[in-house]
Design a protein around this ligand. Sequence first.
Ligand code: ATP
Length: 310
Amino acid sequence: MKDTCVSGNAGDVLLRLRTPAKVNMGLKVTGIRPDGYHELVTVMVPVALYDRLMFKASDGEISMTADGYFVPLGMDNLVLRAAEAFFSSTGIARGVSIHLEKGIPVAAGLGGGSSDAAATLMALNRIFGNPLDGSALREIALKLGADVPFFLLGRPALAKGVGELLEPIYDWPLLWYVIVVPPFQVSTAWVYQNLKFSLTSGNLDSNITAFNATPFEVAGFFTNDLEAVTAARFPVITRIKELLEDAGAEGALMSGSGPSVYGVFRTETKALEAQAGLMSMKLGQVFAVPVENKVDGESEATGGWGVVKR
Ligand code: ATP
């Protein structure tokens, strides 16, 4: 998450920020808990594909508007659920108007809803004077969704358990990701329901040492236990992987529960060439983005978004 602007007085605080998508580099299902939650090992990488959020503190209700890709605006929306969780856990009797500009395709395996939820928690915490410490934020985040704690961290990480065990990976190489988003959505719940639970051998942990290899070895990370489920229903996923590899990718993989498929490229030039080639095939939207860089800033003017009470 990046702050882009904070302005106004206590009663009229405006905070505008952008929040990234993620891809999973490798994903292994390692267990299933008695409560039905699956335990995973995965490397999660934030990438420079963003939703944008604007917050305005108020003395009224929690309200929300949105544009861009369609998302529901009721309490199913993770932005509203995160805002409600923030106010109920802090006891702060205030409200907030939120506008979401949805630039991350929805139900695509790119984690946009989780990213929005984490950004909302961090933004409200900042606007209202940091009443929650890191561990309280992480606890609320995990209740909102398994991927939400990762977006609080906001840097490449090895994620284990149901998403609560995160080990940041520093010095992640500046790789480029060409992400193909086919024109259909996949329900994460459906994928897990259809997962034939035969555990695969190996453990991504051991591959972490490959991060330190020179040159960086990506080959060990192109395996996703969920891919067989989604690709059996949507064979175009396998086709897109082949096309990305033909276009020169170091490797290609479905992200999360899909259907997005990405290829990893070492240079921007190669990534943009691959993007152009894949766009001409009309398989879906094609993005070419680097890993999210926490250091870069972004300057945008505030204002211009209307806010309507829910
Ligand atoms: P996951 O794997 O976490 O289920 P995903 O990355 O495949 O997610 P998301 O874009 O996060 O997909 O959307 C998952 C579901 O969450 C969709 O059905 C969508 O309607 C719902 N949703 C609720 N709030 C949001 C939001 N702010 N942005 C995107 N989706 C949202």
